[in-house]
Design a protein around this ligand. Structure first.
Ligand SMILES: C=CC1=C(C)c2cc3[nH]c(cc4nc(cc5[nH]c(cc1n2)c(C)c5CCC(=O)O)C(CCC(=O)O)=C4C)c(C)c3C=C
Ligand SMILES: [Fe+2]
Length: 421
């Protein structure tokens, strides 16, 4: 891999000029290199990056349909994707000098819009959908095109239908997903765009979603952000240092699958839900009503009846004879104390996709969760939300997808290697 990054190419050119006028240029280059290094999230490791990685500020999430029946073409693309993804996460071009250095008469191998930008903590996380293994919600009559049916983990089904959702197939499902997260939207978009370009003829983008303003924290160093209802979101999320809970609730264990699906060990399941939020009616609800729906205060984000954001919710406290945290509040429905201890790792983003033509914002939360077994974690939680949660009145889920996210890569491995070999 080239050691020259997009940023260093530009910085290097500037440095030559600076060196000519004094030693300040050298200092600037060294400092640039430090900044550069700190903007890179390691691509390889026991688990894929982009799951417990400190949540970045921007998202470009893409779901792809595989449009070929040739297994070798899919493997070839995954190998090319891996090489490109590793370079992109290091702040490099897709191939060395790929944007402008390949000559006048070939299409550049890198689209170029990230030239001069740092790696911006880019992470690229891949997942495989049910449709890669045979029939699925998107294509019920599809055969097992790649001979993978026996390797499908039992946990990887299409998500069921939930009450009060309006799922649009053109915003749902997918054979492969790539979650690109970065602190610069242009870096995330550039990554997805270049992977889509590399995959031409093998995959086509089925749907994609941009997100801004993370709605979760995955480390204690991060402040809790706010969602578009104006509430702190992510307070009670699983954090990167909660190793026991991650092992229990996020990472797939060897014991979870038979030998044919061991490729999922160390992986996790990704749930994606595009949840439109009825912003205008919400804005007409009074503050107390909003807080009773969430189960927390809007200012500090404390559980009702408590003072601080990180105080434990107490569902036994009553006022008169009614619980202070209503039983149908979002926190009461989703808190582990009321769900036999079950937790999920949330990593969603706000979105605004303009207006809907009727004067309403098409805005909401692109919910992303990682869990070890969606059937015993996310799915029952979502069923309860749909049936009991007062917040549901203001939510219209219209996109839905489920992916198996394999473990991280060792040196030399490519995305999907343990599934396809
Ligand atoms: C099925 C899982 C969940 C969906 C879907 C979901 C959507 C959703 N949530 C908010 C806003 C908040 N959620 C909060 C907490 C919270 N949410 C879930 C699960 C789902 N949310 C869990 C497991 C939790 C943690 C509960 C707990 O342990 O107390 C909060 C409170 C702050 C926090 O802990 O994060 C808010 C606010 C919206 C707006 C939304 C869909 C658009
Ligand atoms: Fe929530």
């Amino acid at each position: 891999m080239s050691k020259v990054s997009r940023r260093a190419v530009i910085g290097g050119a500037a440095g030559v000029g600076a060196a000519a006028v004094g030693f300040g240029g050298g200092y600037a280059l060294a400092r640039d290199a430090d900044v550069e290094r700190s903007h890179v999230v390691p691509f390889r490791g026991p688990h894929q990056a982009g799951i417990v990685t400190e949540a970045q500020d921007r998202l470009h999430f893409a779901a792809f349909d595989v449009i070929t029946d040739k297994r070798e073409d899919v493997v070839d693309m995954l190998q090319k994707w891996t090489a490109a993804a590793e370079r992109l996460t290091h702040g490099h071009e897709v191939t060395p000098d790929g944007a402008v250095g390949l000559g006048d008469y070939v299409p550049p191998s890198d689209t170029g819009e990230a030239l001069g930008l740092s790696a911006a903590h880019l992470t690229l996380t891949i997942g495989f959908g049910p449709g890669l293994f045979g029939p699925s919600a998107a294509y019920p009559d599809r055969p097992d095109r790649f001979g993978l049916a026996a390797r499908k983990p039992a946990g990887l089904t299409d998500l069921p239908a939930f009450a009060a959702e309006k799922i649009e197939p053109q915003r749902s499902y997918g054979d492969i997903c790539v979650q690109a997260c970065a602190d610069d939207p242009q870096v995330a978009v550039h990554a997805i765009r270049n992977l889509a370009r590399i995959g031409v003829g093998v995959v086509s983008v089925r749907w994609s979603q941009l997100g801004f303003g993370r709605t979760a924290s995955t480390t204690r160093a991060q402040d809790t952000p706010r969602n578009l209802f104006g509430f702190k979101d992510g307070t009670a999320n699983i954090r990167a240092d909660e190793t026991d809970d991650l092992n229990k609730w996020v990472w797939v264990d060897e014991a979870d699958n038979p030998p044919a699906a061991q490729w999922m060990t160390g992986g996790t399941y990704l749930v994606a839900r595009r949840i439109r939020m009825d912003i205008e009616p919400w804005d007409r609800a009074n503050l107390l009503e909003q807080e009773l729906i969430v189960g927390r205060t809007k200012g500090p984000g404390a559980p009702l009846g408590q003072v601080g954001e990180f105080d434990e919710p107490d569902f036994q406290v009553t006022s008169g004879r009614a619980p202070v945290i209503p039983r149908n509040s979002h926190v009461a429905v989703t808190n582990p104390k009321n769900r036999g201890g079950v937790r999920i790792l949330r990593r969603g983003y706000n979105f605004t996709d303009g207006s809907d033509g009727f004067g309403h914002l098409d805005a909401g939360l692109f919910f992303i969760a990682f869990n070890r077994d969606s059937h015993s974690q996310f799915i029952p939680m979502q069923h309860d939300m749909s049936r009991k949660d007062a917040m549901t009145e203001y939510l219209i889920p219209n996109g839905s997808a489920h992916f198996a996210v394999p473990a991280g890569l060792k040196p030399g491995e490519y995305w999907g290697q343990h599934l396809f070999s």
